[in-house]
Structure formats: C-alpha cells, structure tokens
Ligand binder design. Sequence first.
Ligand code: AMP
Ligand code: MG
Length: 405
Amino acid sequence: MISIEEAHRRILDNLPPLRKERVGFQESLGRVLAEDVLADMDVPPFDRAAVDGYALRSVDVRAAPVELELAGELRAGSEADATLGPGQVIAVTTGAPIPAGADAVQWLEHAQHSPDTGRVRIRKSLEPGDNIVPRGAEACRGTKVLSAGCTLGPQDLAVLATFGRTRINVWQRPRVAVLVTGDELIEIHETPRRGQIRNSNAYSLSAQVQRMGIQPDYLGIVRDDPVELGRSIAGGLDRDVLIVSGGASVGKYDYLKSVLQDLNVTILFSRVAVRPGKPTVFARNRSALVFGLPGNPVSSFVSFEIFVRPVLGRMCGHSRPDLFRVGGVLQEAMSQAPGRTSFLPAIARWDEGAWRIHPVSWKGSGDMIGFSRSNALVVFPGDRGSISAGEHVESLLLPDFFIRS
Ligand code: AMP
Ligand code: MG
C-alpha cells in the first residue's frame, strides 16, 4: 500500500505531453489558453470621454463657476474631427473621442446648459486629464493582454473580442471513456431482479468528467468475465484516459488487474492508503492512462476527485486542477481507525468570519444518498484516530460547491 502523496507523484510522472488545437473563441469558455494574446491596437484607440458631459480646457474653468460657449456635440461612435477653441465646450457622451484642444470633461451634473444663450455654466473646476481615458491607457499595441495558461472565463472572452481574436490556440482536452463492470449491474431503465442493482457509477463518473468540460464516451456494463472485460478494455484503450469502475479489488471475480496485465498495460499502483478508495488502480500503456476505481458509489466518486481530477485537469492544461482546499473549524467530533487518510462527507459553510465544517452522517462508502447531502470532504489525517469539535481541519470543496451551498 502506498501513501496518497506517493500515488500523486506516480500520477504526475506519467502524464502525456499537452497538445494544442485552434478553436473559435466562442467555443473557448473554460479552455486553457496555449498562447500569449497580444494587443493588436491601443485600447482605448483614441482619448475617450469617461462620462457624459462637456469637453473643455481645464484652464478655462479654473475660476469656476464660469460660463462658456457651447461649440457643438460629439457622440460615441462619431467620426467627426472637432477642435475646441478657448472659452468653448463641446458636449460629449461616454465613449466619445475627445475633441482636439480639450484636456478634461466635466460631468453633466456639474454643468447647466441654457438653450436661449447657447452657453453652458460650469460649476466646478477640474484638473487636466479628469474624466478622460487616454489612448492606450488600458493596453498599448503589442502588450500582453492574456497569458498562456489562463483558464478562459467570460471576462477573458471579452478581452479576446476586444482585439478581434476570433480563433485562438488552447490545449486539447483528453478523450475519455467510462466503463463499469459487475455481474449484479443492470441499466437504469431495467427493474432489478433479486441480487441486482442499477448501475449508478457510470452516471456519476460521466457527470464528473463533464463537469471538467470533457464529454466522455460511455462504453456500457461489462460482466465479471476476463474475456469480456479484456475485449471492452482493449476497445477503450484508444482514448487518452479509460476509467473503469468496479472489479479493481481483491475479490475472486475482480479481474481488472489481471486483464490489464494481459493487455500489456503497466500497473503503477493498485492500493493507496486512503479511505474510501483503497483499491484504486492506476495503469498506463504507450498511449493511454487507465484508472480502476472501486465499485462502491461513494468510493468511485471520491477516488475520481482525488486521483482522476488532477490528471484530467492537467491534461486540459490547468496548472492547479485539484479541489479547492479550505481550513475550518470542525463542528462535531469525528473518529476513525487510524492508518489511512480519510475523505469524509461534510457541509462547509462560511459563517461569522470562518469556515465551519459540519460532518454529514452517512452509512459508509455504499451510501450515495447520505453522501449526496455534502458539499465538501473533510480530510482526516491517517495518523489521527479522533478529532474533537473545535479543532482545525482541512476540507476540499466539491466541484459544485458554489452552486450547492
Ligand atoms: P466492486 O468494487 O466491484 O467490488 O463493487 C463494490 C460494491 O459496489 C458492490 O456492492 C457493487 O454492487 C457496487 N457497485 C459496483 N459497481 C457499481 C455501479 N456501477 N453502480 C452502483 N454500484 C456499483
Ligand atoms: Mg464487482
């Protein structure tokens, strides 16, 4: 049995190199940028009015309140080439180019236009540059506006749009297949006979993969039969990552490891000091990585988060794909048989300036119903047998934390 740290080392030592692909920027949400994006022009491209008001010369309003002559109007989008003379103002809207000769814009709120006289009373003085965004203030042509490695969010799409970058290089996402094995498994539209259960892991695992922005292929249920399992796994090895649920343990009908060996897939570990998820298998051949996850629904879910997520995330180009970790105050005592690091279901809440971690009661690694009430996993160190209420613990926020709490 190896430690979780050693398991992660072996995983990181066996990741394939990243590959780039070029995509339309509207399909790039959540993808990882594989190039630096440079500004192809100054932004703003001209000195721009930051507010609705009057462009003027700040020297003319030093003795405000003063009355100046309204010499015209410049709206956002205007191509006109206006010039402002001494004693004049030009009405501008937010986003309009600043007329030559002006060095500030006074807010509409601090001005009063008299249509009868054609004059504008400016009630307050201004400093040069006030309410003007100078050309290139946000980015000069040639500067880096997005860095390679950035995960593209909606705000980054706006940056790409600003510079007309309709196509960009991102890291490819891995092709992933999911396979489940177990003689007792039936599909969800079927009614279980005695001894049978519905396959749920295929759906939680596929959804976990989807949450990472990857559409997996579901390869179906395979019987606990070495020939059938061998055939299905061989079929899945043309993907970058094959996730197999069940059959990874040491039971008489757990054929995964022997089947992988027969297919010349090297097993890099098969037992990790973690609970749930001890019988997690990690294996590879020249082109594919294989995960064998324990069949118990909670074990399958947690093993995915602990072992598979870091791999799929890095294969997508994310530098830190692991679950977000917070330190908080345990609200109820917990105990375990020491020896393995446990990941136990909990509700994490930010409350009165601290994270509060409430353990969720559940019936063990088969109990997805109890587990599904959690939004986090408490990390229970393997060298501890009990943790008291009020002690500091670490928790991993589950991927849907921000939409489930
Ligand atoms: P195994 O890892 O194959 O020994 O399975 C451990 C437990 O998980 C058994 O009770 C199985 O019935 C259950 N199990 C295995 N695969 C699935 C699945 N795809 N969906 C739901 N439960 C499963
Ligand atoms: Mg089984």
